[in-house]
Structure formats: structure tokens, C-alpha cells
Design a protein around this ligand. Structure first.
Ligand SMILES: Cc1ncc(COP(=O)(O)O)c(C=O)c1O
Length: 416
């Protein structure tokens, strides 16, 4: 075929910054940076996946399920044990009352839960508010739904990245169908405060909007930061779809077992779409995750260990000359490279001071480390895009010895 076919993929590519003016589709910056890491032997602190697998007993449970013949289509909404485990988890951890029969849907990771929820509930003429910077799948599913994406800034402040609540109020309109929240937030590591979420709730109630909340990092918070599920705020359970998954909580990102819960009407809407996306998935993984969800200690231990690894990476980045915004959750830290770019005299092709993209392309050769430019999580030309021009995202969900090696290499930037 000589030219690419027209189709909805173009909307997705455009929404995620992957469509060139000539209609070519670019690789994601994640793919570009991972390929760069493989080519140069650099340490890949770009893509956020753990380099140590989750608990042995959970893996053994999946193996046992395969051996026991759990290998055919599971029930459409997910196996009853997993739905019950999700409901029990939400009750135990957050005091939420969830009916496992009508209010929980098991999905192929949080990604499918997001897609099913947004495709089910928003369409042309509707507006979907997200935070900016945003996880790229959020922009992609809004585009697939044919809805209008309205990003609202999480702005860097001395207290970390904070929700611009006035911008949120101003962005909302009677066309706002969904407010898509993500806390703890990828890529900034922000844990939204109760006060910030109360503004989200107030705006949602005023505009009669649905909140879809992506809480995949719910257990990965540090320094006593408390994750507040949107559905726990007064009057919000009835208008909120809560999404999470086992990938981050149990370091099993490849299993893709996720879920969404909320009022039966909203879950029915999401299920109606989900059944034609994948129908079902992960039969032998579902009982294993049902077992894992009863364990509160493994995620706590992971959060403690991640906090220590965050500290290690943050101090190395500071020593290397980055300005770091210390995250209170997730796998990620945002570091501004403006001073480093200036000191090293790095420029882009036009001779202007290099931005994050250029810096990330040069980091493997300069320091043997790979990161992701923050502009990849922004809409081209937005104020947030401009504000984060020189910022890059590093992950610290790697083993301590890997991070130590990365830090040693980064610190060498001090004395090139
Ligand atoms: C904010 C956010 N949501 C969703 C996902 C995807 O989750 P899953 O692998 O369960 O589909 C990720 C993975 O990086 C994420 O960072």
C-alpha cells in the first residue's frame, strides 16, 4: 500500500502527538527511547515497569490454575471470586460499599477499563476533561470516542505539581460529560489532595458530569501521603467509575488484570462496550489476583521500598544538576533539565537551547541513561507543554543496584 488508509487511528495518532503534518505516523517516544536504550546499552529509566516480578505465591496460584484447567473463557464480568475480592478490597481499604454482582467489571488491565468507560459514556459533542500532563491512553480514548479533549493543568509549584482548580472551574461547561482524573498521577507523581478532589467533585455535581478515576497507583504513595478515592467523597459514589489494576500494585504488569467499579448503571454501560472489545481475558490470572487482593502487606512493602528508591534517584538527579519535583506516589519523578542544558551548552537543530526531547536523545551518549521528555504527556502548543519544555520523567521502579549505577552515571554529568 502506498499511502496510509484513512480512519479513526488518525484521530488517535493526532491526539497523542504521533501524526506528522505529512500524515506519517511516528513511533511513540517510549518506543524511540527504549530502542535508543537497547542500541546504546543505556539504562532504561524511561518506561515504567518493574524489573522484579510480583509475589511467588501469586505466580504459583496462576500456574496452579493453568494446571487445574482454568484455560477457557471466564464469565464476561469476571470470575465471581475476583469481583468479590475487588469489592472486599474497596470496603476494607476505603469503606466503600460495592456490590460484586452488579457493580464490578473485570477488564484487560486498567487500559481496557478506561477505553470501555469513555467509549460507553462520551461521544461527539461531549467534552472530556483530563489533567495535563496526561497519561497518553487518556487522550487516545477520548479521541476514539470522538469526544473533545479539554486538558486542565497540573502546574509545578513549591508544593509539587498541583491542580489548577480555577482552570478546572473555567474548563467545565454543560458539555462536560466526563472528568477523567488520575491519582496518584502519572507522569508527575502527584497525589491529589482531598481539597483538590473536592473541587473536582463540586464541578462534576454542578455540571452533572461523570467522574472516571484512574487509580492504578492507589497503593504506591510515600511520606504518609493519603490516596483519596474520588468515590469516597460525599455524593460521588453515584457518579464515579473507579478504575484500578493489579499490574502496579503487585508488580505483574504483563498480566493485564484490571477492573472498574461504580453504580450498576454506569458499570452496565462500560460492560456493554467491553464485551465487544475483548469479551474476557486472563482466565488463570483472575483467581491468582483474587488471592493477591487479600494481601495488604505486599503493596505496603512495595511502597516503602519505592520511597527509598525514589530518594536515591532524586538525590542523584539533583547532584547531576537537575531540578527535581519530589513525587509523593507512583513510579516516576519529574526533573527539569534547564540548568543542565545551559551548563552543557546543549542545543537543538536550530541552535536554540535544547528542550526535553533533545536532552533525552542525548542522555544515553552523555550519561548512559534514558528518560522520557515531559512534553510527550502534553498537548502540543499548550501552556503546560511550554512550561515543561525542559522537563523529563525518570522511573525509579528498578532494582537498587540498577538505580545506583544510573545515579553514578548521571552524576558524571557534573564533570563532563
Ligand atoms: C495512569 C495509568 N493508567 C493506566 C495504566 C495501564 O494500566 P494496565 O497495565 O493495567 O492497563 C498505566 C500504566 O502505565 C498508567 O500509568
Amino acid at each position: 500500500m502506498t499511502s496510509l488508509p484513512r480512519g479513526a487511528w488518525q484521530d488517535v495518532a493526532r491526539a497523542t502527538g504521533l501524526l506528522s503534518p505529512g500524515g506519517e505516523v511516528a513511533a511513540t517516544v517510549f518506543a524511540e527511547m527504549s530502542a535508543l536504550a537497547a542500541r546504546t546499552g543505556a539504562i532504561n529509566l524511561g518506561q515504567g515497569f518493574p524489573d522484579v516480578d510480583g509475589p511467588d505465591d501469586v505466580k504459583a496460584a496462576a500456574v496452579a490454575a493453568i494446571q487445574a484447567g482454568v484455560n477457557q473463557y471466564p464469565p464476561g464480568p469476571g470470575i465471581p471470586e475476583l469481583r468479590a475480592a475487588v469489592a472486599d478490597h474497596q470496603r476494607r481499604r476505603y469503606g466503600l460499599d460495592v456490590d460484586p454482582d452488579t457493580e464490578v467489571l473485570v477488564t484487560t488491565g486498567a487500559t481496557e477499563a478506561l477505553a470501555a468507560s469513555v467509549l460507553a459514556l462520551a461521544g461527539p459533542g461531549d467534552e472530556v476533561i483530563t489533567l495535563e500532563p496526561f497519561y497518553d491512553a487518556h487522550a487516545a480514548v477520548v479521541a476514539l470516542a470522538g469526544a473533545t479533549h479539554v486538558p486542565v493543568a497540573l502546574a509545578p509549584t513549591p508544593e509539587g505539581f498541583r491542580l489548577d482548580v480555577e482552570a478546572l472551574r473555567a474548563a467545565a461547561s454543560d458539555r462536560t460529560r466526563i472528568i477523567l482524573v488520575n491519582t496518584p498521577h502519572n507522569p508527575t507523581g502527584t497525589v491529589l489532595t482531598r481539597a483538590e478532589l473536592e473541587v473536582v467533585a463540586q464541578v462534576a455535581r454542578e455540571r452533572d458530569a461523570i467522574v472516571v478515576t484512574d487509580e492504578v497507583y492507589e497503593h504506591l504513595t510515600f511520606d504518609g501521603a493519603v490516596h483519596v478515592p474520588v468515590a469516597t467523597l460525599p455524593g460521588m459514589a453515584e457518579r464515579t467509575l473507579t478504575i484500578s489494576s493489579s499490574g502496579k500494585t503487585f508488580s505483574l504488569t504483563g498480566w493485564k488484570i484490571g477492573w472498574v467499579h461504580g453504580p450498576a448503571e454506569l458499570v452496565t454501560a462500560a460492560r456493554t462496550v467491553k464485551q465487544f472489545l475483548t469479551f474476557v481475558s486472563g482466565a488463570p490470572f483472575q483467581p491468582a489476583i483474587a488471592q493477591a487482593l487479600a494481601d495488604d502487606e505486599t503493596p505496603r512493602a512495595l511502597a516503602r521500598s519505592l520511597a527509598a528508591r525514589r530518594d536515591l534517584l532524586c538525590s542523584g538527579l539533583r547532584e547531576a544538576g537537575f531540578d527535581v519535583i519530589v513525587p509523593r506516589g507512583t513510579y516516576f519523578v519529574v526533573a527539569d533539565g534547564a540548568r543542565l542544558v545551559e551548563r552543557l551548552g546543549l542545543t537543538d537543530v536550530e541552535g536554540s537551547p535544547a528542550g526535553g526531547v533533545e536532552l533525552c536523545r542525548r542522555l544515553p551518549e552523555l550519561a548512559g541513561v534514558v528518560a522520557i521528555p515531559m512534553t510527550a504527556f502534553c498537548r502540543a502548543g499548550s501552556a503546560t507543554h511550554e512550561r515543561l519544555r525542559t522537563a523529563v520523567r525518570f522511573t525509579f521502579v528498578k532494582q537498587e543496584h540498577v538505580l545506583r549505577e544510573a545515579v553514578d552515571r548521571l552524576v558524571a554529568l557534573r564533570h563532563p
